[in-house]
Design a protein around this ligand. Structure first.
Ligand SMILES: C[C@@]1(CC(=O)O)c2cc3[nH]c(cc4nc(cc5[nH]c(cc(n2)[C@H]1CCC(=O)O)[C@@](C)(CC(=O)O)[C@@H]5CCC(=O)O)C(CC(=O)O)=C4CCC(=O)O)c(CCC(=O)O)c3CC(=O)O
Ligand SMILES: NC(=O)C1=CN([C@@H]2O[C@H](COP(=O)(O)OP(=O)(O)OC[C@H]3O[C@@H](n4cnc5c(N)ncnc54)[C@H](O)[C@@H]3O)[C@@H](O)[C@H]2O)C=CC1
Length: 207
């Protein structure tokens, strides 16, 4: 019988957001705000982001200026900035401001990330590996962001650059397949069997 995971275990469910079709509010443009925006734009150059901050560094302004869809608002956070947003990231250096942003966002049923308080996060920003169409997100359940960074670096090394060619080729084959769902699944499984064969053999040997 399968054992169910304990409630304290990792219950995160990863999803891949099309942030170019969503509006994100980032509050705070310090060290952390800069890091969050640069990772967001690296992965999604067309992300729609509004940044509210009491001050902006030259570095932050330069990063924002390089993207078409980043708007900067200089001044303190106000609840009205949540209007029309889907996702909120609170990254000010004041815990009580971040908490206020969290509470306002929850009142509006928005998804919120509070950079200094994992317990208040609806989602975490993860480490990200991108190889063409393949994207891998890494989280340590909020326990060790440094480990997420190291795993990201490791995967960047070991996943071959040409994995995207494989995906593109299989996609072309997929487009040519006629027939019902079951037939397609079967054909694609047969084609890609070799990709996991080694792992399967190892598993079989373990048993
Ligand atoms: C919960 C989470 C919330 C969120 O931000 O979404 C969070 C929270 C906190 N981070 C802190 C510290 C650091 N964060 C990093 C780096 C990253 N942090 C990222 C994500 C997350 N950080 C989310 C969980 C992700 C998961 O589940 O694993 C990454 C993966 C992605 C990204 O930033 O977009 C990115 C690496 C990207 C890459 O390189 O690939 C480094 C290392 C470095 O910068 O070199 C340090 C210093 C070393 C250390 O502490 O480990 C602190 C303490 C602050 C303090 O002490 O003041 C808190 C608050 C707390 O834990 O209380
Ligand atoms: N999640 C993560 O990866 C990490 C989170 N942190 C936490 O993130 C928080 C921010 O850290 P830093 O960026 O280093 O601080 P910082 O002092 O460099 O930047 C804070 C920014 O918030 C702005 N700000 C302050 N009050 C504001 C308000 N009322 N309205 C709008 N903007 C406001 C400031 O103008 C500044 O741009 C800290 O609490 C820190 O503990 C720190 C390291 C990593």
């Amino acid at each position: 019988m399968r054992t169910l995971p304990k409630p304290s275990m990792n219950e995160l469910y990863p999803i891949f957001l099309k942030v170019n079709q969503l509006n994100t509010l980032l509050v705070g443009a310090g060290f952390v705000g800069l890091e969050k925006l640069s990772f967001l734009l690296k992965s999604s150059p067309n992300a729609h982001v509004t940044v509210v901050s009491k001050e902006f560094s030259e570095e932050f302004r330069a990063l924002a200026a390089a993207s078409k869809h980043v708007t900067l608002i200089e001044g303190p956070y106000e609840e009205k900035f949540l209007g029309g947003k889907h996702v909120v990231i609170a990254a000010t250096n004041f815990r009580e401001v971040n908490k206020q942003i969290h509470d306002d966002a929850k009142e509006r049923f928005l998804l919120v990330n509070v950079a200094d308080t994992p317990e208040l996060c609806d989602f975490y920003l993860g480490g990200i590996v991108t190889k063409g169409n393949v994207k891998i997100a890494i989280s340590t359940n909020g326990k060790s962001p440094t480990t997420a960074k190291r795993i990201r670096q490791l995967l960047e090394e070991v996943i071959p650059e040409d994995i995207n060619e494989l995906v593109e080729n299989i996609n072309r084959y997929r487009e040519t397949l006629k027939g019902d769902f079951e037939y397609k699944v079967d054909a694609l499984n047969k084609l890609t069997e070799g990709l996991v064969a080694k792992g399967k053999t190892e598993k079989a040997e373990e048993q």
